[in-house]
Ligand binder design. Structure first.
Ligand code: GTP
Ligand code: MG
Length: 304
C-alpha cells in the first residue's frame, strides 16, 4: 500500500464521521440555512475548530446555495475549502547543506511521537545518502535512550548518549561537538516530553538552545513540535505553550491513523501560520511522509 492509500485508510474514522454526517444532513433535505448550520456543527464535532468550520460553510454556501447538488459534489466542494485553508502549511523541510550540520531540535509533550519521528526521519535521510546522527537528549528516562538507540541501529545512524540522568544540555553540547567533528550533515536532538513539571521542561529546552548556540550561533536550524492528532483540541494549546516559551519553526502531526480527530490539523492550520512538514500514519519508517494539502483534504472527505 502506498502512503496515499494508507492515509485514506488511516483517516477512515475521521472521514467516516464527516461523510456519514453529510449523508444524514443532506438526505431528502434542501441546502438551506438549517442544514448549513448542521453542517457547521458536524465540522466542529470533527475537530476542525469553530473558525475553520464557519469559514468552510460560509464559502460553501456562497457557491452552492439553492443549487441541486449530489453528495459527492458536496464532499468535493468541502474538500476544496479545506485544501485552501491547509495549503499554506504545505512547505518542504529542506535539510539545507548550507548548515553543516543542520541541527533539528525535536520538542513536544510526552508520547507525542518525538523519538519515533526522529527515527523515521533519520532513516529516510540516511537512505538518501546524508550522514545523520541523533542526540539522546531525553536523559530523564533510560527507556528513551534505548528506544532511540534501537532506531539508530535500524537506520544505521549514530546515536550520541550519556550516562543515565546526566545533564541534558551538557549532553547536547558534547553531541553537537561530536557531530561537527564527524562532519555530519544532519543532527536530530531528541528531548524529554515529561519532567518533574512543565517549568522544568521548558527551562531545560531553553538551556539546550543556549548551550548549542555557544557552538553554533545559528543553531538549532529548525525547532519542530511533534503533535499527537489523537489529543484533538488540546494540540492547539500545546502549540501556543511551546511557541511562547521557545518558539517553533514547524510542526509534525503523528497518529493520524485510526483517530476520529484528524480534523484537528485543519484547526491548527487555520489558527497558526506554521509549516506542517510531515504527517505520521503508523509506527514504521514508511508511515511518515511529507504533508500534502490536497491529499489530506481529499482523504478527510473520503475522496479518491
Ligand atoms: N499509530 C501511530 N503510532 C505512532 C505514530 N508515531 C508514534 N507512534 C507511537 O506512539 C508512541 C509514543 O511515541 P514516542 O516516539 O515514544 O513519543 P515521544 O514523544 O518520544 O514520547 P516521550 O519520550 O515519552 O516524551 C510509540 O508507541 C510510537 O510507536 C504514528 O504516526 N502512528
Ligand atoms: Mg521520546
Amino acid at each position: 500500500m502506498g502512503f496515499l492509500q494508507k492515509l485514506g485508510f488511516g483517516l477512515k474514522k475521521s472521514s467516516n464521521q464527516i461523510t456519514s454526517g453529510i449523508t444524514d444532513i443532506f438526505t431528502k433535505k434542501k441546502l438551506d440555512s438549517a442544514t448549513l448550520e448542521e453542517l457547521e456543527e458536524l465540522l466542529i464535532s470533527a475537530d476542525l475548530g469553530v473558525s475553520a468550520a464557519a469559514h468552510i460553510v460560509n464559502e460553501f454556501a456562497r457557491q452552492k446555495q439553492d443549487k441541486d447538488i449530489t453528495e459527492t459534489e458536496i464532499r468535493t466542494a468541502l474538500a476544496e475549502q479545506i485544501r485552501q485553508i491547509i495549503a499554506p502549511c504545505e512547505q518542504p523541510l529542506m535539510f539545507s547543506a548550507e548548515h553543516k550540520p543542520f541541527v533539528v531540535l525535536m520538542i513536544g509533550v510526552n508520547g507525542a511521537g518525538k523519538t519515533t519521528t526522529i527515527g523515521k526521519l533519520a532513516a529516510k535521510l540516511q537512505a538518501e545518502g546524508k550522514q545523520v546522527s541523533c542526540i539522546a537528549g531525553d536523559t530523564f528516562r533510560a527507556a528513551a535512550v534505548e528506544q532511540l538507540k534501537e532506531w539508530g541501529a535500524r537506520a544505521k545512524v549514530r546515536v550520541f548518549c550519556g550516562a543515565p540522568n546526566c545533564d541534558s544540555a551538557g549532553l547536547c553540547y558534547d553531541g553537537l561537538n561530536a557531530a561537527i567533528k564527524a562532519d555530519d550533515d544532519v543532527v536530530f536532538i531528541d528531548t524529554a516530553g515529561r519532567l518533574q513539571n512543565k517549568n522544568g521542561l521548558m527551562d531545560e529546552l531553553k538551556k539546550i538552545v543556549r548551550v548549542i548556540q555557544k557552538i553554533m550561533p545559528d543553531a538549532p536550524h529548525r525547532i519542530l513540535l511533534t503533535l499527537d492528532a489523537t489529543t484533538g483540541q488540546n494540540a492547539l494549546a500545546q502549540v501556543e505553550a511551546f511557541k511562547q516559551i521557545i518558539g517553533i519553526d514547524g510542526l509534525i502531526m503523528t497518529k493520524l491513523d485510526g483517530t476520529a480527530k484528524g480534523g484537528i490539523l485543519v484547526a491548527i492550520a487555520q489558527a497558526q501560520q506554521l509549516p506542517i512538514y510531515y504527517i505520521g500514519i503508523g509506527e514504521k519508517t514508511e508511515d511518515l511522509d511529507v504533508f500534502k494539502a490536497d491529499e489530506f483534504a481529499r482523504s478527510l472527505l473520503n475522496l479518491e
